[in-house]
Design a protein around this ligand. Structure first.
Ligand code: SF4
Ligand code: FES
Length: 248
């Protein structure tokens, strides 16, 4: 396939960015999207041009590092996958592909297609953990009964990889799907109950301080989430927040 790529180039947060055209030829339909960018970068390097900066790590859909807005969709035109799992067979010869960074005030651009998603780390630090007594009297986790339904729902919430596609897809740049998943994975389990009140209050406070918008129930986040995180997690977070606020 021969393709025209329109890629966002931006030297740094302080520079103005723009879409730059690149022609790439003989792209195999079996290449992943990131491999296609690797080939383009090899070509740029061989011409002494600056390669395109983009985030990636595991390249198998588990780490949450890859991002990209591809033809106006977070993680591209497929459903239930990350950009690293997208293959060029989804496109056809002669296509023009727009490749942009995830855009949100709370995700400032670092360079080209890389944005700073450390706001998610700070939200996690505010409450996305449990404390375990390791004095020697710790109860074996397997001895704590948990219903199958609760275990399944907690596991589903825990599959969130923190990629930020939910924020990038939301017209309000809301992080509530991410935070809802992180609150839910503990709220559903006995181990999460001890810090439940502080957790939801602190995580929501941090989310607001980071500059994410509010949820207006459009559901774009759920559609674009590569892990199928359900909007029910936002409802659960809101109910946990209400309970915690009433406790005071
Ligand atoms: S909720 Fe989905 S889209 Fe949002 S960070 Fe988690 S995995 Fe990514
Ligand atoms: S590079 Fe790890 S999820 Fe895509």
């Amino acid at each position: 396939m021969n393709l025209t790529l329109k890629i966002w180039r931006q030297k740094s947060a302080d520079h103005k960015g723009q879409l730059v055209d690149y022609i790439i030829e003989e792209v195999s339909p079996d290449m992943s999207f990131l491999e296609m960018l690797d080939v383009l970068n090899d070509q740029l390097i061989s011409k002494d041009e600056e390669p395109i900066a983009f985030d990636h790590d595991c390249r198998e859909g588990i780490c949450g590092m890859c991002s990209l807005y591809i033809n106006g969709e977070a993680h591209g035109p497929d459903r239930g996958i990350t950009t690293c799992q997208l293959h060029m067979r989804k496109f056809k010869d002669g296509d023009t592909i727009y490749i942009e960074p995830f855009r949100a005030k709370a995700f400032p651009i670092i360079k080209d297609l890389i944005v700073d998603r450390s706001a998610f780390e700070r939200i996690q630090h505010a409450g996305g953990f449990i404390s375990v007594n390791t004095s020697g009297n710790t109860q074996d986790a397997n001895a704590i009964p948990i219903s199958k339904d609760a275990a399944d729902e907690a596991m589903d919430a825990a599959t969130c990889i923190g990629c930020g596609a939910c924020v990038a897809s939301c017209k309000n740049s809301s992080a509530m799907l991410f935070v809802g998943a992180k609150v839910s994975q503990y709220a559903l389990l006995p181990q999460g109950q001890i810090e439940a009140t502080d957790r939801v209050l602190n995580m929501v406070k941090q989310m607001d301080e980071e500059g994410f918008g509010n949820c207006t129930n459009t559901g774009a986040c759920e559609v674009e989430c590569p892990k199928g995180i359900s909007l029910e997690n936002i409802a659960r977070m809101n109910s946990e927040y209400l309970k915690a606020s009433l406790k005071g």
